[in-house]
Design a protein around this ligand. Sequence first.
Ligand code: SAH
Length: 348
Amino acid sequence: MINKDNNSKIDILSLTLDELTDVVSELGEKAFRAKQIFQWLHQKRVRTFDEMTNISAQFRAKLQDYFCIKSLFVCKRLESDNDNTVKYLYELEDGNHIESVLMEYNHGNTLCVSTQVGCKMGCRFCASTIAGFKRDLLASEILLQIYEAERDSGRHISGVVLMGIGEPLDNYDNVINFLTLLSCPEGANISLRHVSLSTCGLVPKIYELAKLKLGLTLSISLHAPDNKARSEIMPVNDRYDINELMKACHSYFETTGRRISFEYALIDDHNDSFEDAQKLAKLLKNFICHVNIIPVNKIKERNFKSDRKSAYRFQKYLDELGVNATVRRTLGADIDAACGQLRREYEI
Ligand code: SAH
């Protein structure tokens, strides 16, 4: 569970309070010290051990020997003129880049975070996958996207969506660790009720996640109502087809009692007809869920397109068929706020 960097120092920001408590007692210190250190890191957000002034100089030196405090650097910041959306390009310590998007809603600020450097899933319409997969993010690197966005913007973040670069369920252990850290009362203390996790449909991991009963909202990137249309745009459908996926979704709902949200990126002439809406309605029949229609964001490497007018038309179809659906608000359209597009400019 404990991640070590090149110098074999322990990545302290990835340790849960329980793990930190164990390590601190191994080092011969009282358990309450772990809580103090945890609060310095996750609430006061210090970047050096020397700033932990209620810890003795001797123990701080020991901490310095055993642990490292990871950091992220704001490499580029794009601010929207239309709304309060801010897009961050972060540089990781190893020189890789990831993106986060800060969005303002009525109920507060939400950050869309990345979970991997690149992505293996290969969805045809997605910019995150084009440069390929580099590596998983550590729990600390997911968390730091929030800490740095708060520090940089001066805005308080109360919600998180795991919808940036990467497939969260393909980096399962680090993501679960991140969620534990995020919701810890001695840390950022963000309730998992304000967290959404989006997956392209890694079925075995959906069952695993259900067992944890975390209270977050699960979003499924469905994007097509039948196997043929889905396989054409999402290679993951050849591993876990729609039937298996829907079975996992029903089981998730039964286990957790949480309503699932289905993402549907509308693509002209691919999945936007009345017949598609009928198939979707049949698929979701008797299922307590919500469909989020997103006009596909144009990426320069592909020809897929759609617009808000088609999205509202498709919503009307679904409405007539009794399916609860909304068209996702477009935020930061002037800064290309869709994930993966900024990082692409930095990858050779
Ligand atoms: N890998 C996860 C989460 C990251 S993508 C997943 O697949 O769900 C977050 C959401 O953005 C997914 O629903 C994804 O399918 C969607 N998405 C990616 N590229 C898009 C684009 N060009 N237009 C609209 N939605 C897109």
